[in-house]
Design a protein around this ligand. Structure first.
Ligand code: COA
Length: 535
């Protein structure tokens, strides 16, 4: 292993100013997160608590092993949308440990519009199930939901990845021997009734949980029958008469104890062996990342400096150090776990793509998880490069990433643009987890470039007709594009749309990656396979 020696003077005034600037971005991130994690509006939270119910994050706290980590995902889902009335899109998802077994937890937040589902809620719920599939993790559903948010029905009901997919996934997960457990803590109305009904094992809280396809008002309207919610689908009914649930709990705490007992009885999974070493802190303080991270593509950052603050002992056993230098590849450890690091250090050329492809194959055959550190404007363009077949060489790396048989983790620490996003394991390439830093940006190209492309297309159209675009008209085309890209490429916009699994504070990178790798060992990695590379 070779130690990365920093070239940065972290005591310099320039560096300190950059750290200060980063802290203002972090304080926006932290204060927004604090508000989001409170849940719904004050009156709804008050009513929820007065009913003797716990909030979703309190429920999760009570359910998981004491003092164990819980990795909450996509807290910023639906952020800045729907008048900010859907904090975390009304659902809390994440990975935690129960009796030392990793599980996925999906908890409705009834203080957010009755725990109803908008498109982002569904996307987040399905993403959590996908993580369960990928990592072979039992799913625990803490159900307290009014089902579909009716004004959004056209966007949440009929399509393939809409509400119905939740139950389809439950059936498929169960068939794959991935346990499905429901704890009914409030309403399970209409389609929502299928969550406990499709589970392998369900628990309901007495005088609190209800399950029915149609609630009392609907029954009255449809058949004239007058019935209370408890008589229609309360705990006593489903545990004693209908048989829809298997365990009747006296209260929430009791329900979580039963749930923990269920997990305790599950057999441990056959795990992937991985040769770990003793965890060592990097030689340089991880918080120095704050002084290094770029806010725009124009700021050049040396990725060796980033790696040096993330990997154990700042050690990197580099692969092809002198070839394709705009992509750094090498083996390292993160909190003792061996990883293959693939980090951009400039634009991607044919050689860097070939180097990346080769390195991914090494990780695949050696069964070592890969960490992608993304800061990429894309592949090189121009006649020389196109003629030399850059698209062909880039495609090899995209192939290798798509067919990789080992867990992949992607951290976007700068920009993520163009096909570089694909080659570096963007969302479409199924990384086990993908996180953004608060400064990072993602879009098909930069706003300035998109504005120039669209401006020059218009210019050429008019020139063909013998007309000319004035400078003001040219700018009036470019300005709104730049502004739109500015908003839509931010990490907060990305997380709101669930293009990632969340925004993290850079200082948490090591612990988040180590947690993700530990969880990914819950299934054996398959053997490597690849498609046909165009030679
Ligand atoms: N669609 C849209 N909005 C809904 C909703 C739904 N299905 N269910 C609840 N809401 C909204 C309410 O309008 C209210 O909004 P507001 O805060 O802006 O006033 C908020 O969610 C809370 O509802 P409320 O009834 O005050 O809370 P509650 O805790 O007493 O009851 C429910 C929650 C979910 C049990 C109850 O609202 C209910 O039964 N909803 C209808 C459920 C249903 O029939 N769903 C079928 C869809 S598949």
């Amino acid at each position: 292993m070779n130690k990365i020696v920093t070239k940065i003077d972290s005591e310099s005034e320039k560096f300190r100013n950059r750290v200060k600037e980063y802290h203002s971005t972090l304080s926006h991130f932290r204060s927004a997160l604090k508000v989001i994690q409170k849940g719904g509006k004050q009156s709804a939270i008050k009513q929820h608590i007065e009913r003797g119910k716990l909030l979703p994050r309190q429920r999760i706290d009570m359910l998981v092993d004491p003092n164990s980590p819980f990795l909450e995902l996509s807290s910023f889902a639906a952020y800045g949308r729907y008048k900010n009335e859907f904090s975390s899109s009304g659902i809390v998802t994440g990975i935690g440990y129960i009796h030392q077994k990793p599980v996925v937890i999906i908890a409705n937040d009834a203080s957010v519009k009755g725990g109803t589902y908008i498109p982002e809620t569904i996307k987040k719920h399905l993403r959590a199930q996908e993580i369960a599939f990928q990592n072979n993790l039992p799913c625990i559903y803490l159900v307290d939901s009014g089902g579909i948010y009716l004004p959004e029905q056209a966007n949440v009901f009929p399509d393939k990845d809409d509400f119905g997919r939740i139950f389809y996934n439950q059936a498929r997960l169960s068939a794959s021997r991935i346990p499905q457990i429901s704890v009914v803590l409030g309403s399970c109305t209409a389609g929502g009734a299928y969550i406990p009904a499709m589970s392998d094992e369900s628990i309901i809280v007495k005088n609190q949980g209800t399950i029915f396809l149609g609630g009392p008002p609907l029954v009255k309207a449809a058949t004239g029958e007058e019935v209370t919610a408890e008589e229609l689908g309360g705990g006593e009914v489903h545990a004693g008469i209908s048989g829809l649930v298997d365990h009747l709990a006296d209260n929430e705490e009791h329900a979580f104890l039963i749930c923990r007992d269920i997990i305790r009885t599950l057999p441990f999974s056959e795990t992937q062996p991985l040769e770990t070493t003793e965890s060592k802190e990097p030689l340089y303080d991880i918080e120095e990342l704050y002084g290094l991270l770029p806010f725009s593509v124009r700021e050049v950052v040396d990725s060796y400096e980033i790696i040096a603050r993330i990997v154990d002992n700042s050690d990197l056993h580099e692969f092809k150090k002198n070839y394709g230098k705009t992509l750094i590849t090498g083996f390292a450890n993160i909190m003792g776990f061996p990883v293959g690091i693939i980090a951009n250090n400039g634009i991607l050329y044919s050689e860097s793509a070939l180097k990346g492809t080769h390195f991914i194959e090494l990780c695949n055959y050696r069964k070592i998880p890969i960490v992608f550190l993304q800061n990429i404007v894309g592949f090189m363009v121009g006649k020389k490069y196109e003629n030399a077949g850059i698209a062909k060489e880039g495609a090899k790396m995209v192939h290798a990433v798509a067919n990789s048989n080992v867990p992949k983790f992607t951290i976007i620490f700068g920009g993520s643009y163009g096909a570089g996003n694909y080659a570096m394991s963007g969302r479409a390439y199924d990384p086990n987890l993908l996180f953004m830093y608060p400064n990072s940006r993602i879009s098909v190209m930069g706003g300035e470039q998109a504005a120039n492309v669209l401006g020059s297309i218009k210019k050429e159209q008019l020139e063909k007709r013998g007309e000319k675009l004035s400078d003001e008209e040219y700018e009036s085309i470019r300005k709104p594009i730049r502004e739109k890209y500015e908003i839509e490429s931010s990490a907060f916009y990305s997380s709101s749309q669930l293009w990632d699994d969340g925004i993290i504070d850079p200082k948490d990178t090591r612990s988040v990656l180590a947690f993700g790798i530990a969880v990914s060992l819950n299934r054996k990695f398959p053997d490597p396979k690849s498609g046909i590379y165009r030679m």
